[in-house]
Design a protein around this ligand. Sequence first.
Ligand code: FES
Length: 205
Amino acid sequence: MAVRRLDPNQPASFAFTTENLAWAEAIIARYPAGRQASAVIPLLWRAQEQHGGWLPEPAIRCVGDMLGMAYIRVYEIATFYTMFQLSPVGRKAHVQVCGTTPCMLRGSEGIVEVCRRRIHPEAHHLADDGDFSWEEVECLGSCANAPMVQIGKDTYEDLTPDLFEKVLDGFARGEPPRPGSQTGRRASCPEGGPTTLKSLMKAGD
Ligand code: FES
């Protein structure tokens, strides 16, 4: 994993939109007095969404002020979790490729190769047109459907290089494919359908 540092180019300020501010205040109100810091992750995520997919330093301070947290505590969270992007990302998609052992054994290196060819030879760089970016991350919790990538809030699973290219094509057209298995299997059911307890299953299960 790359060292996670704040981008050298930062906007002068950040403020939630009126709508997002109302949403953030409702989230904060869910927690008992003195426990507002528990809202830090949803607020950072909303700030990232508002700011085009990455989290600028002024947003970290803004969230810290709203929650009564020391800026360093918010910074620690923003730099720890790979769900938070610290530099500008692709306008259409930022691809997070899982490179942990189950995905690696199932071909994640082929997915990375597609990223290098179609997006940029190096992770954390924008494609020439600014539409895509990519990085390699650790396990994203879909090991049973390895290899997989996460784009935004969704995961795309059971990938081959060809299937992954189709996922990228969909985002390039502005028509993201349906998340989940790209081979059509349901969740992580066995490929080709159930192999056990078949006699107990009703039609349509
Ligand atoms: S190892 Fe890739 S999702 Fe867990």
